[in-house]
Structure formats: structure tokens, C-alpha cells
Design a protein. Structure first.
Length: 297
């Protein structure tokens, strides 16, 4: 025989009042149906929970143990609909966020702080990976939100430009380019050794650099995929590199940064990307929160 929530509420009221009359009044019912509820509950449990006679009501050992469990079950029963509503509305849940390594020292921290402040019951699962892998994960439902570099397929994904920034030239400390007092142009770089982006591992930045200034192939001394690796090579005196402005926050010793003259003042873009077919309510709420951010920050 299955127990019911009404039976549990009746038992808890009697156990706390130790009086059927007061318990019935508390539940706004009469005493006979309350007595029947407790009897049915005892049959369902298979143990006597209360000792009662005309003068007193007392908990049995089984009743005392069952009281704590009954309270817990009632609390769960009361909280379950609230939890379901909060998950359905997106106020509670999980958002899995992919990000590139460069985004970690750029806008990722601000994004997480904003989501954490506005949606404190939404768990944020972070996964560092390149833009291409993020797109695949979004397609297969393994990610909810990505921080990726262009290009963006607007037909397949929803997107929003979250962050734009200018480019810098990272040079060894004391390099002559730090004394120019102006943005560095192509002529200033003609004879400089260059640490360049890999056209396969860092295609976005590779295309951005070659479209912004003439890079002499013979001047390229190293080709790498990560900005941090570039900066350590610059610190070692291996050459100079072209990096997003946020890279200066890394503070790599032995490296200075000077502005780079580019056709577009802030050519580096980072986009939020999500699957248009996502059914995750928490993602919808996260996107509402993100929509309040300045897209040019």
C-alpha cells in the first residue's frame, strides 16, 4: 500500500502536537479522518508509529525515526515544483561554455562574472578549445555557448559580437620600435624577424595579419598556434609578433607592446555562438543576460 502526502502531513502534525485534536485544528480538518490517515500510513509503513490512548499520544521508536524522513519527504515534495519551474524558466540549470585560449585573458572573466551575478543558480561548465572544435560541439549538442573567432555561419548558428580590440606588436624590451611614438606600419617591419601564426592552427589571426600588412615570408622565423607561445618567443629575442591588445594583460617579462596600424581600428573580433535549435532554458536566460552587455567592450 502506497503512502500519500496527506498521510505524511497528518502524521507530522500529530507527531509535533502529540494531540489529535490540536493536529486536526492545525490542518483545518476534523479528528476522525485524521485518525484514519495515520492508521493507513502505519499499514503502508508496516510499523506502529504512534502510541495513543484516551489520555496521551506518544511516538514509538519507529515513529521518531520515521518523523525525520517524513519531514524530508514533505520538504522535497514542496521544493520539487519550485525547482522544476526554475529550471523551466532558465533560472536554474547548466550552461556549457567553450572558449579559446585568447578569450581567457580577454572578455571571458567579465562574461562569467556577469552570468554568475545575474544567474547564481546556473552552473557554468568551462571547456577550453579552438573555434573549429567549438562549432562541432555546438552542432552535436555537446556545448551550449561558444566564444569563437569569425567567420560565423548565421544560417546555422545564432551569434553576437561580444568583444572587439585592436592589434599590437609585441617586441623584446628596449626594441627600437618602442621609441617611435606612433603606431607601427608595414615599412617599420621590413627587416624584422617575425613570429607568425600557423595558417592551420590559428587561421583567423593568420588571415587578419596578412590582410593588414605585408609580411615577408623570408622574415618569418617561427610559426606557432598560441599567443602565449609567441610572447615567450618574443621575450627570448627570437623576433616580434602581432597580438590582440588583451595579450598585454599577460605581462610576460621582457616583452613590450606598441600599437599596430591597421585598416580597421579594432579588427580583432570575438563572437558568442550558440545553436539555434538548442532547447536549454538556461541558455536562453544566459543570452538575455549577455544581451545587456556592450558588444564593443
Amino acid at each position: 500500500m502506497a503512502m500519500t502526502l496527506d498521510q505524511l502531513r497528518g502524521f507530522v502534525a500529530v507527531a509535533e502536537e502529540l494531540h489529535f485534536g490540536r493536529a486536526a485544528e492545525r490542518l483545518r480538518m476534523t479528528q476522525p479522518p485524521l485518525s484514519r490517515q495515520v492508521q493507513k500510513l502505519e499499514r503502508a509503513v508496516g510499523a506502529q508509529l504512534l502510541e495513543r490512548d484516551n489520555r496521551r499520544v506518544a511516538l514509538t521508536a519507529a515513529g521518531a525515526a520515521f518523523l525525520e524522513e517524513a519531514r524530508r519527504l514533505l520538504a522535497l515534495a514542496e521544493s520539487a515544483p519550485v525547482t522544476a519551474r526554475r529550471v523551466s524558466s532558465g533560472a536554474r540549470g547548466l550552461v556549457r561554455i567553450g572558449f579559446t585560449a585568447a578569450a581567457a585573458y580577454g572578455p571571458l572573466g567579465e562574461l562569467l562574472n556577469t552570468l554568475g551575478r545575474e544567474l547564481p543558480e546556473v552552473d557554468l561548465d568551462l571547456r577550453e578549445t579552438v573555434s573549429r572544435t567549438q562549432r562541432d560541439a555546438l552542432r552535436h549538442g555537446d556545448l551550449d555557448l561558444g566564444l569563437v573567432r569569425p567567420p560565423v555561419d548565421e544560417d546555422e548558428f545564432g551569434s553576437r559580437c561580444l568583444h572587439r580590440e585592436h592589434m599590437l606588436v609585441a617586441v623584446p624590451a628596449g626594441h627600437r620600435l618602442t621609441t617611435l611614438g606612433r603606431p607601427v606600419g608595414g615599412r617599420d617591419l621590413a627587416d624584422e624577424p617575425v613570429i607568425m601564426y600557423s595558417p592551420t592552427e590559428a587561421r583567423y589571426f593568420y588571415d587578419l595579419v596578412v590582410s593588414s600588412l605585408p609580411v615577408v615570408h623570408g622574415n618569418v622565423v617561427h610559426t606557432v598556434g598560441q599567443v602565449l607561445t609567441m610572447l615567450w618567443l618574443v621575450a627570448a629575442g627570437r623576433g616580434l609578433a602581432f597580438v590582440p591588445a588583451s595579450a598585454a594583460r599577460l605581462g610576460v617579462p621582457g616583452v613590450q607592446h606598441v600599437p599596430l596600424a591597421t585598416p580597421e581600428p579594432e579588427p580583432v573580433e570575438l563572437h558568442l555562438l550558440w545553436s539555434r535549435g538548442s532547447r536549454n532554458p538556461a541558455l536562453r536566460r544566459a543570452l538575455e543576460v549577455v544581451g545587456a552587455l556592450d558588444p564593443l567592450r
